[in-house]
Design a protein around this ligand. Structure first.
Ligand code: ZN
Ligand code: ZN
Length: 269
């Protein structure tokens, strides 16, 4: 693998040099849960991708619960969610890179944007980016005998396709779907206007926006980030790394837009 094939643009690739999956130890705890005051729970797999493991976001509502993204799927996420609530959540995919959709098959209600519905239904190693990351993605084994060579993402066809403006309705909480392509064609964010909370997937995370995957599109990304810049978000819960306030989100967006608008850049207007 080359550094720029890794999911986070190469920032963690250096960690993996010379480490054979055979030499890895079994993790004592695979999942890490952190509950926020507003019934939002962050679920992580700390042994995936060094510090770049994907974030899963569980939001408890009055009538329903929401789960945005499902990690690698190597151990049961459903069993973890059951520790929070016995209700099965509405399971949404922010997009279909493998470390965001591995557990989708465990949940009955599955939502994705139409632009990546085919990948969720048939998540092959190439399109989910697993093939480019297979050797590098685990720093511990989820269980004894885990075989990285046989690891794959289970098919989880969507039960509902979502589009711009759709609402994921939890009864007392309402998350609006924002279609924000660029990182990938079906990337979405979920926006709760009442609490000014943005679940941003991989569209905005700490660090430079990642626009170099096979189905990334820089002009789309620019348009998406310009939309997000205008959003009065107070808290941004991203697909990787720690949560952000609006000032940091705007800074990340402005740095990206400034870079892409340089004369001679292919994306310059
Ligand atoms: Zn991604
Ligand atoms: Zn990601």
């Amino acid at each position: 693998m080359t550094p720029d094939q890794s999911l986070d643009g190469g920032r963690t690739a250096v960690r993996f040099h010379g480490r054979s999956p055979l030499a890895l130890e079994v993790a004592e705890r695979w999942f890490e849960l952190r509950r926020f005051s507003d019934d939002v729970t962050l679920i992580r797999e700390p042994h995936v991708f060094g510090a770049a493991y994907a974030n899963m976001w569980h939001v408890r509502g009055r009538d329903k619960d929401l789960l945005l993204d499902t990690g690698t799927g190597v151990l049961s996420l459903r069993a973890q969610v059951a520790q929070l609530t016995e209700r099965p959540p509405v399971c949404v995919a922010s997009h279909t890179h493998f470390d965001h959709i591995g557990g989708h098959h465990e949940f009955e209600e599955r939502l994705v944007h139409a632009a990546e519905a085919d990948i969720l239904a048939a998540p092959d190693d190439e399109r989910t980016l697993l093939s480019a990351n297979r050797e590098a993605c685990f720093q511990a084994l989820p269980y004894a005998g885990f075989d990285i060579g046989r690891y794959g993402i289970a098919a989880a066809p969507a039960t509902r396709l979502v589009a711009e403006g759709d609402i994921v309705d939890l009864g007392d909480r309402h998350f609006e779907v924002m279609h924000l392509p660029g990182h990938s064609p079906g990337s979405i964010c979920l926006w709760e206007a009442a609490t000014r909370t943005l679940l941003s997937g991989d569209v905005v995370t700490e660090g430079a926006p990642i626009d170099e995957h096979y189905h990334s599109d820089i002009p789309d990304y620019i348009a998406s980030l310009e939309r997000l810049r205008d959003l009065p978000a107070e808290i941004v819960h991203p697909g990787h790394y720690e949560s952000l306030g609006r000032p940091r989100m705007v800074e990340i967006i402005d740095d990206y837009l400034a870079g892409k608008r340089k004369p001679g850049c292919p994306a310059a207007p």
